[in-house]
Design a protein around this ligand. Sequence first.
Ligand code: GLA
Length: 394
Amino acid sequence: MAFHLSDDPVESARAAFAGSAGVAPAGIAFAPGRVNLVGEHTDYNDGFVLPMAIEEGIAAAFGPNDEAVLRVHACDIGETREVPIAALQGDRVHASGWFRYVAGMAWTMNASGMPVVGTTMTLAANLPSGAGLSSSAALELAAGRALAGAAGLDWDPRRMSRIAQRAEQEFAGVACGIMDQMAVACARAGGALLLDCRSLATADVLLPADVRVVIVNSGVRRSLATSAYNERRAACERAVAAVRTFAPEVRALRDVDERALEQARGAIDDEAYRRASHVIAENRRPARFAAALEHGDPAEAGRVMLESHASLRDLYEVSCPELDLLVALSMEQKGCYGARLTGAGFGGCAIALVDEKGVGSFARDVASAYAARTHIDPQVIVSRPSAGTRLLDM
Ligand code: GLA
């Protein structure tokens, strides 16, 4: 399947809409991708995460139609799919590939009391898919924003992130947490979001002007990532069940510390024990990272990232040789404070926290060293923390 990312997704989506519908779109929605600075595999344990939205994302030009269909053209793939609005009610709609995220979002909005109307939409992206940058959450929320815009519905980012999470769980089969959808829906320009995944309370964490987050795509995709992800979640639940036998007030690993885990050690299998050990320590890292930045200590923030990576590699076992290599190569560069895999793992991207002055040489040198070792030319993205899902001025 031909797949081209747009240089300017907003213009691509706008032009494609005008070209096919013969009129200008009623509006254009944009949903960003995200990286997570630290706090990985903690969200579905009711824990803490620290994601930031990036500048790259998905644009959706939209307008209502009077044919009572949802018709969506994906410019980057050159494919148009449609479904009658009537089929988006009652039994779960059947859709496949990229369209299941859009139809799934529409179905879930209907099921949540947000009735969608006949809508024509053109999508264009400058966000790679399958790279661990939450292209699926971006697609759900870009489509959701467009559907809400076409139907004249109110937009509440927190509520929409819940709806998008449900769409992802039910239509993509990933038992995901709330991090990606919250980051994509609610992020603020200039900083990351320290998010409590139990209460959904957020605090803005500013990124100092002299450090940059550099994203390097390993180019590796794991085929069994969905089942491996769901297995990780199940292992965490086994650990919680064991702790609950003597501490019934515990609801999630968020409520468990090392002492409680040791107390339950005899009732926990080795795999669940390793997974829980990761989650318990990882849960403290977002606040440590945020405090380090606040105290002007990026070196400490970098150490927190390295600890997180080691734990994801050794205890949670979601890294891979290519991501470990990217982290090692990053740490050989001058001005790099820390690096780690970001997102679910099993391939995808690594991020590095880099002194702004050294970003150019960092990107060049890591990319060429990685290519020399793996024969994969990695995509490097240097992105500023950007705002969450929004309607653009027309
Ligand atoms: C994926 C999921 C998130 C989160 C991360 C791991 O991105 O969608 O909910 O669990 O993995 O931190």
